[in-house]
Design a protein around this ligand. Sequence first.
Ligand SMILES: [Zn+2]
Length: 330
Amino acid sequence: MSNYSIGIDLGGTKILAGVIDTETGEVIESDKKRTKAEHGRDIIIQRLIDVTEKAICKAQIPVSQIASIGIGAAGQVDRKHGMLISAPNLDCHSVDLKAIMENHFKIPVAVGNDVEVATLGELKFGSGVGYKNFVCIFAGTGIGSGIVQNGQICNGFTGTAGEIGHIIVDSGGRMCTCGGHGCLEAYASRSAIEKTITAALKKGHRSVMSDLVKDKKSIRSKHIKEALDKKDDLVLNCITEAAEYLSSGIASVINFYNPELIILGGGLIEAVDDYYELSVSKALAKALPTATESVKITKAKLKDYSGVIGAALLKEYYNNSFNKCSLSAL
Ligand SMILES: [Zn+2]
């Protein structure tokens, strides 16, 4: 059996595909494209195929030597059938990803959730190596988490566990994309911070952000970092407020799950050190002493590649898990 598999991170903004050596976790080659979700399902699928072909081509490895393809999609998935059930950020519903990709590439395909595969990547080759009970929290456009219990990803009774972005940190508070109010994601995600900054700018607050994003559509994590480097008061206040909420979420996880490790990743954590450091120190101060004594908090080691590396491991992981667990648990 070949050591090479393809991992694909299918997100709302970009699609990243990599040819991975599954023995070592090494990314042999990778390629990425913008998802262009606004152009609809057929364009997304075409771009998914294109980016995969390009990664294979760059790696110069024959398709016959690729053992499997794994896809981590930003949405709800049916793991058993390889279906993308719903993905608001991709504007897709009921897409048979497994069948489409298997028809095209003639390689076995497994489909998982994007946060789940990123957690798998960190478990096997990242900051989670050597740990069996931990939680990965990814903060970027949204906020999601993956739970590891006894060395296995815990998906919950019907497969939706880990939605930390929708734990309620302010009862009756801000409207969330899920339709609820006061969810963590509505306060501590990059989109939430962007909304707060944009609203303040409209009210006439002065900030270097006005220059940094002048001709751009959205405030990216790197803009937030640049503004903080320039000691911008507005952005510092927004990040401090967001870290206050994220730390409440992390502290709640520490109290509830008593993990040995929390791994923090995602674009916002990756780019903005102040956000990471504030969130960690506040979380440790808020959580119960008995649980904080033993918990370690660290950043995701694989950075942007947690998802791609984890997705490449997905087919084999499912094969082993299907043998161990009942199908409904997956
Ligand atoms: Zn929500």
